[in-house]
Ligand binder design. Structure first.
Ligand SMILES: Nc1ncnc2c1ncn2[C@@H]1O[C@H](COP(=O)(O)OP(=O)(O)OP(=O)(O)O)[C@@H](O)[C@H]1O
Ligand SMILES: [Mg+2]
Length: 280
């Protein structure tokens, strides 16, 4: 892969200041190229979400980047001002969260929430805005996009809500998508469908994807490379098949051992029934 979109180099993140500061990420390195899905895996508390929030500039008031660089399209996001991050978020880099039910506003239709996202970054109005909304809803799998645009979140299933969230994440054509456990709240068959959709978007739109998960089966389905994190350190980084078929670190082996069916990784099965296991 050549076209590197994101290069995280020696990233350190700390919470608190002075003597009370605690470092939770101790030098993370990974890259994501256009059209590539990279998995971030590891036990709870290993630093997966902190890493993604750092990339998005969303660590919150207590957290800060205490070392390293986050190079994205030629710019170090670790040093970008909040106004710059606001312009980039949703436009060049987007995030999909775990629970679509809490991320969507129950009081507004899907169409009006997508319109808000579009208006924040693009100058589309009127019919062109409506066309764009229908087109993105179709792209993420709504067979009747006009009807879907008029729906309220409570009228949609969990999987459809997550598709609507994915529509909001891609509607401004970002080059990088970060998905933090986007399927955890969904049932197994729907998880596989959402992973299939993400794969399609990576391929068709040439988006770079960071896929955070506890589910190694789903990760193997979607990603070509993975970073294994433990307590804020990288324990392995490389292509998915060699990491999980020939793990060099006992921790990776432990993650694999908690998933009885992982040997299927070599087959790269696309059955929708796979992916039920969870290392958490
Ligand atoms: N706001 C915060 N203040 C202080 N420490 C935090 C904060 N957010 C996260 N941490 C710490 O950073 C470490 C990494 O947390 P993080 O949320 O990234 O884990 P994770 O790998 O995403 O876990 P999970 O799989 O449970 O989502 C943990 O030790 C956590 O306690
Ligand atoms: Mg997390």
């Amino acid at each position: 892969m050549t076209n590197i979109l994101l290069s995280v180099e020696g990233l350190r993140v700390s919470y608190g200041t002075g003597r009370a500061a605690t470092e939770v990420l101790h030098g993370l390195d990974f890259t994501v190229s256009a059209g590539e899905a990279v998995g971030l895996v590891g036990e709870s508390g290993s630093g997966k979400s902190v890493a993604s929030l750092a990339v998005l500039g969303l660590l919150g008031s207590g957290g800060h980047v205490s070392g390293g660089r986050i190079m994205f399209e030629g710019e170090d996001l670790a040093r970008a001002k909040e106004s710059r991050m606001r312009a980039l978020r949703g436009r060049r880099v987007s995030m999909i969260f775990q629970d679509p039910a809490t991320a969507l506003n129950p009081a507004f239709t899907i169409g009006s929430q997508l319109a808000d996202v579009i208006r924040a970054h693009r100058s589309l109005r009127g019919g062109a805005l409506g066309d764009e909304i229908e087109s993105v809803l179709q792209r993420v799998g709504f067979r009747e996009p006009r009807r879907a645009a008029k729906s309220y979140p409570h009228e949609l299933s969990g999987g459809m809500k997550q598709r609507a969230m994915i529509a909001a994440a891609i509607v401004c054509e970002p080059s990088l998508l970060i998905a933090d456990e986007p399927t955890t709240a969904l049932d197994v068959t729907v998880q596989a469908q959402i992973v299939g959709l993400l794969r399609k978007l990576v391929d068709e739109l040439h988006i770079g994807l960071v896929f955070i998960t506890h589910n190694l089966d789903l990760m193997a389905e979607l990603c070509t490379r993975a970073v294994v994190l433990k307590q804020g350190n990288v324990v392995e980084h490389g292509d998915v098949e060699s990491i999980f078929l020939r793990p060099s670190h006992p921790y990776t082996q432990q993650l694999i051992d908690s998933i009885p069916r992982l040997p299927n990784v070599s087959a790269r099965s696309t059955e929708s029934g796979r992916g039920a296991n969870h290392v958490k």
